[in-house]
Design a protein around this ligand. Structure first.
Ligand code: BV8
Length: 235
């Protein structure tokens, strides 16, 4: 295995699946039970905020019942032990990567454990249910809180930092994502453009599988630790 210097990793719902967190587009996934336009768009929130709050309240409550798995732990180990740089960009809004020990981490679609106040634009930690009666911990306003997540039609977070990292990496790993949602699904092309070697680690080939140099198929808790072992033993 070549001696890489800079790794960018993109993760999606598949890396949390074996922790018991629902994915979106698998059979009986989240989008098979609810229409994303009703619960993951600004228009849906304007139409029926209570319904959107309940959608995220259920998922936030679920966070208390799940734990990081061996794939999350392997990525945290890679960040600790790899001699070069590792940036982890996740589409997931759960906190399993940080609980596994990853620190150089970007939540490009936001975080379930944060609230965004539409009055003062401050973000605050938020672990309980949220509703139109919730009060902003920063400014005290009532009725202005929304989940701090990126909905369809909204700009994902820290895109400049992500594109700068993609331009400078020599290895791009995509783990547990179906490659359906942009701009995340376009990161592999961006990395290839700048000469990176690109690997997809997934249960099955994603929609973007043909863009990758290499594919490792299987369950994340098996293929990710093995891949990281290979990376670290090749030093
Ligand atoms: C943007 C919110 C522009 C938080 C999510 C019309 C109008 C506006 C935009 C668009 C439009 N048409 C298209 C777009 C672009 C749109 C888009 O891409 N749409 C798609 C559907 C076509 N994108 C956007 O809107 C983005 N914003 O474009 O802004 C802009 C420009 C300028 C100024 C302003 C704005 C915003 C996208 C973010 C949307 N928010 N979530 C939440 O509720 O979670 S997206 C949602 O999908 C989640 O965030 C999720 O992370 C993301 C991707 O899903 P995956 O993580 O890949 O999960 P999935 O279930 O699909 O796949 C799981 C995979 O894991 C599978 O492949 C499976 O095989 C594998 N797997 C399962 N088990 C395992 C496993 N692998 C290994 N081991 C296992 N055990």
């Amino acid at each position: 295995m070549p001696a890489y210097k800079s790794i960018v990793i993109l993760t999606g719902a598949g890396i949390s699946a074996e922790s018991g967190v629902d994915t979106f587009r698998d059979k009986d996934g989240i989008w098979s039970r609810v229409d994303y336009r009703d619960v993951a768009t600004p228009e849906g929130f304007i139409r029926d905020a209570a319904r959107v709050h309940e959608f995220y309240n259920q998922r936030r409550r679920g966070m208390a019942t799940v734990n990081p798995n061996a794939a999350h732990a392997a990525l945290a180990r890679l960040e600790r032990e790899f001699s070069g740089s590792v940036l982890l960009v996740t589409q997931n809004i759960d906190d399993l990567h940080e609980r596994a020990g990853s620190t150089n981490l970007i939540h490009m679609h936001g975080e379930l454990g944060k609230a965004l106040c539409q009055a003062c634009e401050q973000r605050s930690a938020w672990s309980k249910d949220m509703s139109a009666l919730s009060q902003c911990p920063a400014c005290g306003a009532v009725g202005y809180l929304r989940p701090d997540v990126v909905w369809f039609g909204e700009m994902p977070y820290q895109m400049e930092r992500i594109y700068a990292a993609l331009a400078g990496c020599d290895l791009f790993l995509s783990i547990g994502t179906s490659g359906n949602v942009y701009p995340a699904a376009g990161f592999v092309e961006e990395a290839r453009l700048h000469g990176a070697h690109t690997v997809e680690l997934n249960l099955e080939p994603s929609d973007g599988h043909s863009s990758f140099n290499e594919a490792v198929l299987g369950k994340a808790t098996e293929i990710v630790p093995a891949f990281v072992d290979g990376m670290l033993s090749a030093r």
